[in-house]
Design a protein around this ligand. Sequence first.
Ligand SMILES: Nc1nc2c(ncn2[C@@H]2O[C@H](COP(=O)(O)OP(=O)(O)OP(=O)(O)O)[C@@H](O)[C@H]2O)c(=O)[nH]1
Ligand SMILES: [Mg+2]
Length: 556
Amino acid sequence: MARLQGPLLPFLHPCLESTLLRLHRPLNLLSLSLYPRRLQSTESASLEQPQTDTLSQISHLNPSPTDYGRTIFADKATVTLSAGSGGHGCISFLREKFIDAGPANGGDGGSGGSIYIQAVRGETSLHKLARRSIIRAGRGKNGQGKSKGGTRGEDVLVQVPVGTFVREVSRHDPIAEEEENRRLEEGSELVEGETRGTWRRDKWVLYPASTPSEYATAEFPPLPRPRRSNLMMAQPEPPIELDLSEPMEKPMLLAAGAMGGLGNPHFVSSSDRRPKFATRGEEGMSVTLELELKLLADVGFVGMPNAGKSTLLRALSRSRARVGDWAFTTLQPNIGTMVLDNSRGRPQVQVNRASGEPRTQISVADIPGLIPNAHLDKGLGLGFLRHVERAQVLAFVVDLSAGDVVEALNDLWKELGEFETLRGMETNMQTESRVVEWKAFSRSTSSASAHDGTVARNDENIIIEPSGSKSLTALPMAPISSKPWFVVATKADLEGTQANFAKLQAYLTALASGTVDHPSKRKNVWKGRLAAIPVSAIRGEGVDQIPEWTVGLLDD
Ligand SMILES: Nc1nc2c(ncn2[C@@H]2O[C@H](COP(=O)(O)OP(=O)(O)OP(=O)(O)O)[C@@H](O)[C@H]2O)c(=O)[nH]1
Ligand SMILES: [Mg+2]
């Protein structure tokens, strides 16, 4: 029998194979009961399909604290994008049989690579950019002999989540600087013995194997003007400020690569038939940008620690957010995706009323828990509240088993209201510190300051906003109280939660009719239809209503 074992056995002895399988089956079952973890593996799947499905469903919604996917998240990033420099021009001469000193045939250098940006669905965080402080596009290759131009440098595409705001912090544009230098030089008088255009020896390349002394004494013609590629015309006007709130079909140019240097045929003249120099490629520009996620997700879960937000996210999406029965299990937002499903495994297409874009999914953010006095930076504090501002619709997740839900909802709203008040004060202080005001300012200073800051004139006051300070102001966000919201009352599977839910419903009815004040204590609050959805996230019951309700609010 031992000799008969092997991969060919089923082909050679099909009758033996089936008997062997029958013999082995009880053994397999035994090993499964010894290692319960393997119940979810493929072996058991083929044996008892329906039971495994329920088991994996249960383990997905009630996982052990160690069963989670690590989330890496960053909502801000500062990166310096450096466009590729051009390759150098080449110094070469034609050489063939019977032609030992032919004409110049050095190729031009290739232009540098450019940097593009594209907002795409599927990206949810800026962490990939946050850990890279510099992004460089490829340098153009140098020109070669036989009039071969250098190849272009490699382009770089930066993909960011939809809802990213991009602002320029600073830029270094060598071509603009050189043009400015030339302008100043042309305006000045020539010093005796100086010839124009040769002042930048470092812009030239000499033939290979030339010595430094030859380089120092070589005579160069006037340096050609710095060249800008046609692509540079498509660059956004500085300072860059982009609100990428929609997915982009095509990437957008941010920084175009610099032009390559000129090969030696460009410098052939009647006096110098065989020029032994070429120009270096232009230096690529670099621009430092601050990227910030303005829109985190379509729906944001707001709740006390341990309310069951992460479990709810697991029930709504395929997220593997960490769940644990202690406070602050979640420290970074987890973003999940709810697929708008017609229950037949095919996404349902709904048209987004605002943009006309087809909508097949909704992104959901499970935000860390909020505790009383979070607005004073307690718990995860202000960092957390920033995420709430970035959701389009808020879902207040309240635990039906943890005391009075109406009180919990009021506490949550109180924190949000206090945060908004603080936020307003902060914005005012920021504006005040940035704006320096002079009364009866003389007009002559305006042109000088236009170079390094912006000048605005309102009647007799002139306000100068110094651009020297690199910190950008906080992004303007929609007020939290103006966002559509609803309540998800979770843990409805637990005993005695019905009365609590009834109380919540009565409160929302009173709120809608205006008999009680809005819990945020703010004016201009959102006045839509209020709803409380009872769910048991751990059993995955009642959660189907959430996508439907959210789409309604998003389209409102
Ligand atoms: N019975 C019951 N328990 C639940 C339900 N949802 C969550 N839990 C339990 O509540 C505990 C906390 O759940 P989490 O999902 O981690 O709560 P969270 O709001 O994300 O907590 P933090 O991340 O710490 O803010 C876990 O032990 C869950 O198993 C539910 O619907 N029913
Ligand atoms: Mg959590």
